[in-house]
Design a binder for this molecule. Sequence first.
Ligand SMILES: [Mg+2]
Length: 293
Amino acid sequence: MLETRIVDRIRKLAEDGPHNKQIITAIGDDCAILRPRVGEDLVFTTDFVLEGRHFTLDTHTAADIGHKALARSLSDLAAMGAEPVFCLVGLGIPAALGSSWINQFYKGLLKLANRLSITVAGGDLARFEKVITEVMCCGRVKRGKAILRSGAKPGHAIYVTGKLGGPAHTRWRRPLRPEPRIQAGLALRRLRVSSGMDLSDGLALDLHRLCLESKVSADLRSPLPVARGASLEDALHGGEDYELLFTAPTRARIPAAIDHVPITCIGVIKSGPPGSLRLDGRLLQPKGFDHFR
Ligand SMILES: [Mg+2]
């Protein structure tokens, strides 16, 4: 099948989706054009989703992979408290997978895009030995109001959304369709939380990174919100949770749930050695998922 015919079909699928008015031209031209508004900052992120690393073709359908490819990037927008604007989708696939696979991939991706109102504004297609995807997402926040990793201060409480460790517990045994916490991120920005990030590589390693950026340490307290069937080890070090980790001054009014997602206080920020973690008083190693270990 000719690439132009595949691209035409993707274009038709994408045109049925949400269209952000800031996108002046999208699929069909060499670039997408975004017209920025006064008083906003644009935030950008990009994430790989790779065969053999984030999924296998035995456990994930094309639609599962499309969902996950977009969800990973959207989770980063949620972490910053940003509203989704547009995404660009890179996809490499082996010759054995035909145009119907590509169609299903885009259907899975666009179903999530429609639900969370993000425009698919372009991308690239290529033949490759394995399935490889990279989705770049752009979001918008009120100027100077993005949630950063660097704002945690001693005395601030530490929170997470949802339950942790479920994906680690079931890894490779069922497809993961993570739900990016966009609504929670927008609400947290309005609540003026002091710092935040999304949990992709495990609570311990990600909290360690947040503490390094904020030059603080953290004391965690049991019980942590562990997903049903998962172990404490899964919750601390498993990764792929795509929940939000954030801190807030004790005077902030953090609700028990946002958009039906529970929020749990799991500890407090301290002034100890930057990046060091304790759980119930004992040192905790930040050993989650590190691609370069
Ligand atoms: Mg992230």
